[in-house]
Every structure is written in structure tokens, then in C-alpha cells.
Design a protein around this ligand. Structure first.
Ligand SMILES: *Cc1c(COP(=O)(O)O)cnc(C)c1O
Length: 468
């Protein structure tokens, strides 16, 4: 492809991108497809001769786009958002164009130094003190594994990296509602899933600190070695808020690593009125939140903060001769802050997003989402054909439709069918969670362009499909 062709087709792409975002509400949020429908439309073999970009782009529009779930639709209320924004998309185009590997300072000084600055900005925005340092990780799952490996190394005097695990006594604690990435992390880190102790939750689905304290005492009495507590600040099921200050006090008493998983909820800390979430956070050891969930920044961009930078680097630093540079003692070489060596230039899109919206613009959006969630919660509460199933501290409403006299099994089937009908309609997309065996619908409001009318439409549709 020559430069003239690149310009011509590039402009066509931008036209398409703008049109897609303008018309996104006309796409079914979730496509109606069967497994294999897209695969069968793709040729068995790669092309021998090169094809024109016109043909490739046509197939993108005709084969791929109809097979996509439209995550940027304002009627996407499923899972947690993976939201993006125009400033972020533009930055991603530039990142792809630069095509730089940003593993150490010397391989792209601006990428490292922008990341240094952006992590300071994010630290300030969520209200952490300057005792913390941050880096961008692929995801909250990576950050949690990163925290666990660091805790393991610190607890073993940084010997496990060399010897492998010589004791299998370590114990990790988290609530029954904690994200599955913790189950994965204990498996990968060699701690073992049998050593992940799931602590019961209260009626608000938050960890019960007294039960945690007892579990730790029992483990110590049995000769086990408590290592780490993972605290959920906004769990994925219901956005439950584990009582951080109390948990941190237990962690400090036993000298455990306290990791705070705020994948979604961390963004809410940019609002002064939501800072209550962070009570106790300053005394934790590590904290992760995902701007790629709720801060209008394309996946992947996870913000991971630690207080003990040296423990982190001692855990991950391996320096073969070919990666030694003259500046090593004066710069951050982010390859030493996590698992992968290669790193994309991810700070750029955060820079674009934060500058383009400004802190105020970001705050307004998050505030709106919280308001819309409170409005939706009010509708559920005011309608006796529905019931609320969990508190709503953030942007997620857990609820179900009810029918007088119906059994649990009947109500579960009824709500599962309701969700299926809603999602088949293409008008909106939401997902579910099981809470104490109750099939629960989750209405998540975090899309970049979501407005009152979309949430009203969703509520209307839910009522119609449930009780037509
Ligand atoms: C989404 C989520 C994760 C996993 O995030 P990734 O960035 O996809 O790894 C972890 N914890 C919580 C609470 C989440 O909501």
C-alpha cells in the first residue's frame, strides 16, 4: 500500500467510524447468531495474492460488523462496561501508527515519561497520596496476580523466585463474591486454590470482617501462613463494597498484604462525594482500577498502584545483558513492573481522554451514571411487580420480576426467559448473576454516551416483556 492509497482509505475509515458511532443505536446490541455463522463465511485458506483494501473493508462491514456485540451502544447494560470515547479512539490510531515497543525508557522515552505523569495524574484524581506509585497493566486480573506474586516474594524474603515454593502453607483470603481472577491468580502463583479461603458475606454481599479474623486465627493455630487479603471495592456481581478500613486493620495486625480490587469502582473515586469508598485505602498495599471499564478509555488500560515499589521491582526484574541500559538507575523501566516484556504505548490514550474531558467532564459523566442508576433503582422499588435484590452503591442495579405465589424455580425460569427475550430483541443487552440461588438481572449504567432516555427505554422494555 502506498501513501496515497493509505490516505484515501484512511479517510474512508474515519468516515465509517464517525458514521458507526452516530448510528450505533440502530444496530442490535447483541447479534442474533448461532455458533459458526461467521466462521463459515470466512475462506478455508489464506489468500495467495494480496487483496485490495476495498475488498477487505467491504468484508469487514458485511461479515464482521454484523457479528459484533456493540459494546459502545448506549443500550449496552451487560457485564461491566468496556467503554471507549472518541479521544481514546483517536489516540489508539496514533499509537498504532507509532507502533512502538515501550518496554524500557530507552526504547521510547516519551512513552515511559508520559506513563510516569499519567499515573501521577490518576493517583491525584482518585485521591491516593504520593506514597503510592503506579503503572499501566493489561487488566485487573494481571494486577491481582502481580500483587500476589509480590506478596509471595516479600513474605519469602525474595527467595521463591529462585527456589520455587518450598512451603505450601500460604493462605489467601477474599469474600465469596470476589472476582474469579483471584481464583486464577492463586492457581498460577503456585499458592493453590485450596488455599484461597472464601469468607462469607453479609446481606449486602460484603465480606464479614469478624469471619475473616476468625479464619485467620484458625489458620495460624493450624500452622498455616496467612499471606494476603483481596478486598472487593465494587464486586462484579452486585458492586458490593467490602469494609475496607476494618479489613485493613486485620491485615496490618497480621502483617498481610492487602490488595484492593476496584476494577470498576475505582473510577467513582474521582467524585468527592464517593471518596467514602476509599476509607482505609491509604493503609492498603496495592490498588487496581480499570480506566478501560468506566473511564472512557479503550481496552487495555488498567491502573495498578503499590506503596512498596522496591518489592514490586524485586519480584519482576530480570535483566539479561541485552536489556541493560545506561539510564537504568535514573528512569522507570516498566518491563520490571509486571509480567510481559513488550508494552504498548497505552498512556497516550489516557492522556487524550483526561485532557479532552478534563477532570470536570469525567466527573460529570460518572455523576450522571450514578444518578441514572438511582433513578432505575427507584423505578424498581416503586413497582410491586419487581424487587430489588442488592444495595446500589454505584451504577449497577440487581433486580428481578416477581409473580405472587411463584416458587423460586418458577421465578428463576421466568427471569431467565425475560433476559433472553430482552437480549433477543436487540434493543438492549443485560446479563445476570445468581445471588443465593436467585436468578438476578443486572442493569449496569456506564456507557460513554448513555443518557436518561436510554435508561427509560430499557425500563419500559423490561416492563413490557415481563408483563405484556
Ligand atoms: C472486570 C473485573 C476484573 C477483571 O478485569 P480485567 O481487566 O478484565 O482483568 C477483576 N475484578 C473485578 C471486580 C472486575 O469487575
Amino acid at each position: 500500500m502506498n501513501s496515497a492509497e493509505f490516505k484515501k482509505i484512511g479517510h474512508e475509515f474515519v468516515e465509517w467510524m464517525a458514521g458507526y458511532l452516530e448510528n450505533i443505536e440502530n444496530y442490535p446490541v447483541k447479534p442474533k447468531l448461532n455458533p459458526g455463522d461467521i466462521y463459515r463465511q470466512l475462506p478455508d485458506l489464506p489468500p495467495g495474492e494480496g487483496e485490495s483494501m476495498t475488498a477487505i473493508f467491504r468484508d469487514f462491514r458485511e461479515v464482521i460488523v454484523p457479528g459484533m456485540t456493540h459494546w459502545q451502544s448506549p443500550s449496552f447494560h451487560a457485564y461491566f462496561p468496556g467503554n471507549s470515547s472518541k479521544p481514546s479512539v483517536l489516540a489508539e490510531m496514533l499509537t498504532a501508527t507509532l507502533g512502538a515497543q515501550c518496554m524500557v525508557w530507552a526504547t521510547s522515552p516519551a512513552a515511559t515519561e508520559l506513563e510516569d505523569r499519567i499515573m501521577e495524574w490518576l493517583r491525584e484524581m482518585v485521591g491516593l497520596s504520593t506514597k503510592w506509585v503506579g503503572s499501566i497493566q493489561n487488566g485487573a486480573s494481571d494486577a491481582t496476580l502481580n500483587a500476589l506474586l509480590t506478596a509471595r516474594e516479600k513474605a519469602s524474603g525474595f527467595t521463591t523466585n529462585h527456589t520455587g515454593l518450598t512451603t505450601n502453607n500460604f493462605r489467601v483470603y477474599a469474600s465469596e463474591q470476589i472476582h474469579s481472577s483471584v481464583d486464577k491468580a492463586v492457581a498460577i502463583a503456585g499458592i493453590g486454590r485450596d488455599n484461597l479461603v472464601k469468607i462469607p458475606v453479609d446481606e449486602a454481599f460484603a465480606l464479614q470482617p469478624a469471619k475473616l479474623a476468625t479464619a485467620i486465627d484458625q489458620d495460624i493455630a493450624a500452622g498455616k501462613r496467612p499471606l494476603m487479603i483481596v478486598v472487593g471495592m465494587g464486586t462484579t456481581g452486585t458492586t458490593a463494597i467490602d469494609p475496607l478500613a476494618e479489613i485493613v486493620a486485620i491485615g496490618r495486625k497480621h502483617n498481610l498484604w492487602v490488595h484492593v480490587d476496584a476494577a470498576l469502582a475505582g473510577t467513582a473515586l474521582i467524585l468527592p462525594e464517593m471518596r467514602w469508598l476509599a476509607a482505609g485505602l491509604e493503609e492498603a498495599d496495592s490498588f487496581v482500577f480499570n480506566p478501560h471499564k468506566w473511564m472512557f478509555t479503550n481496552f487495555d488500560a488498567s491502573a495498578y498502584f503499590v506503596r512498596d515499589k522496591q518489592a514490586l521491582i524485586n519480584t519482576f526484574s530480570v535483566t539479561p545483558e541485552y536489556l541493560r541500559t545506561a539510564e537504568d538507575d535514573r528512569v522507570n523501566n516498566y518491563r520490571d513492573w509486571g509480567i510481559p516484556l513488550g508494552r504498548r504505548f497505552r498512556a497516550l490514550k489516557l492522556w487524550f481522554v483526561i485532557r479532552s474531558y478534563g477532570c470536570k467532564g469525567l466527573q460529570e459523566k460518572i455523576r450522571l451514571h450514578l444518578q441514572l442508576a438511582r433513578w432505575f433503582k427507584g423505578q424498581v422499588e416503586a413497582d410491586d411487580r419487581f424487587e430489588l435484590l442488592a444495595p446500589v452503591p454505584l451504577n449497577t442495579v440487581c433486580f428481578r420480576a416477581i409473580k405472587p405465589g411463584a416458587s423460586l424455580a418458577e421465578l428463576n425460569a421466568f427471569n431467565e426467559n425475560l433476559m433472553h427475550c430482552l437480549n433477543q430483541s436487540g434493543e438492549l443487552f443485560l446479563t445476570h448473576v445468581k445471588l443465593n440461588d436467585v436468578f438476578t438481572l443486572r442493569m449496569v449504567i456506564g456507557q460513554t454516551e448513555v443518557a436518561k432516555k436510554h435508561v427509560e427505554k430499557a425500563w419500559q422494555l423490561i416492563k413490557e416483556k415481563a408483563f405484556k
